[in-house]
Design a protein around this ligand. Structure first.
Ligand SMILES: Cc1ncc(COP(=O)(O)O)c(C=O)c1O
Length: 380
């Protein structure tokens, strides 16, 4: 066996949709991006979505939307992928690391309250592994302290909290469609909001600052009089980035979106099978309190164990890939100087181990992993 940790679940349907872009001979930012943005907005229930080439780009621009004064502070969890904090630095702002809840791995709201000061302007909650930050409580804290909220939904496309889709609780939600995530466009991301006035101005920022994308200009050209020569005209008023999604990515995304609920359901079933299979191994506890109510979007399944390195080596020898999500940012050289009392994060990560849980994993493979976990602990 050779079981991958993550794998995109893609096939004929995605290929056929890509062919549509090829047949149109339009591969860049075009009509399929617009279609995907609209369908994504309908799916999560928001007013506007803007397709970009990663969640990193989405988070970068989301923070930009507020025009915060240089040097202001943004609260981020200590356990997350580096992009969550990188985008704070990209915007000339200062990250304030919030410790995590030991049981759930997401931002600890008591520590959040403790760390807020007059310079804090925003908070980026991360639904780590797909576990929702209690957004009702977080929004209340944010409101009381005049903080803008950008949800980092890189791990939870399709997931809900209290019946409302994640990514629609905060002022802006950012999603990742990188190849390993709940759904993919190869690489890709989405900026979403109910506040159109807030995010619409981000459109030129994803297109090197140009106020009309090329597809729009072609349409204008087709709709103008023969003697009209100015259809090429565009304006650059902001310093933008080359962050746009393109039609090949959107083609994949449109098909993946149709499969998303089903892929999330498959991951929930996999997790339920894992939990049932390992419940009699006392050395193993769960990474977070997984549930299966039909509305969760868990990106990965992980466990906590003491003897992690030996288990990693053993599983590797049996063809089973594993990972660690995440080594706290507060322990990375770039970010150590921002570490103020993130003792829980700096301790609990040592026990984290992520197991294969992608949507195409079959029961035989899950049972193979469970059997090897049993063998490892039986022979210890
Ligand atoms: C929490 C979190 N935020 C942001 C990102 C960045 O996503 P992308 O690779 O789409 O830029 C990731 C990627 O894994 C992530 O885990």
């Amino acid at each position: 066996m050779n079981i991958r940790l993550f794998k995109p679940s893609v096939g004929e349907k995605e290929l056929n949709k890509i062919k549509e872009a090829f047949d149109r001979e339009w591969l860049g930012l075009g009509p399929l991006v617009s279609e995907f943005e609209e369908k994504w907005s309908n799916y999560i229930g928001c007013e506007m979505s803007i397709g970009v080439n990663s969640a990193t780009a989405a988070l970068h621009l989301a923070l930009k939307a507020f025009h915060f004064e240089k040097g202001k502070k943004v609260l981020v969890p200590a356990i997350t992928f580096t992009s969550t904090a990188n985008v704070v630095l990209y915007n000339d702002l200062v990250p304030v690391f919030v410790d995590v809840d030991p049981a759930t791995t997401v931002m600890n709201l008591n520590d959040l309250k403790n760390k807020i000061d007059a310079d804090c302007v925003a908070v980026i909650p991360v639904h780590n592994g797909g576990f929702p930050v209690p957004m009702d409580d977080l929004m209340e804290i944010a409101q009381q302290n005049d903080l803008k909220v950008i949800e980092d939904c890189a791990h939870c496309a399709g997931g809900s909290y209290k019946g409302k889709k994640l990514g629609t609780w905060g002022h802006i939600g950012c999603f990742s469609f990188e190849e390993k995530k709940c759904m993919t466009t190869g690489d890709g991301g989405m900026i979403c909001s109910n506040d159109v006035n807030l995010i619409e101005p981000l459109k030129p920022y994803r297109w090197v600052g140009i106020d009309k994308d090329t597809w729009k200009r072609v349409q204008i050209a087709e709709g103008t009089q023969e003697n009209e020569a100015m259809h090429w005209h565009y304006e650059i008023s902001v310093l933008g980035y080359k962050y746009n999604m393109n039609d090949v990515m959107a083609a994949i995304g449109l098909v993946q979106l149709e499969k998303l609920d089903q892929m999330n359901e498959r991951r929930r079933k996999t997790i339920t099978r894992y939990i049932d299979g390992i419940k009699e191994i006392p050395e193993i506890s769960l990474y977070l309190p997984y549930t299966n109510n039909g509305n969760e979007a868990y990106w990965f399944f992980a466990i906590r164990i003491e003897d992690r390195d030996n288990l990693i080596i053993y599983l590797k020898s049996q063809g089973i890939a594993t990972g660690v999500h995440f080594y706290p940012l507060t322990m990375q050289p770039l970010y150590e100087k921002y570490d103020i009392n993130c003792n829980v994060a700096n301790t609990i990560w040592k026990e984290f181990l992520t197991l294969p849980s992608h949507a195409d994993l079959i029961e035989e493979e899950i049972d193979y992993v469970i059997d090897h976990l049993k063998t490892f602990y039986r022979n210890k």
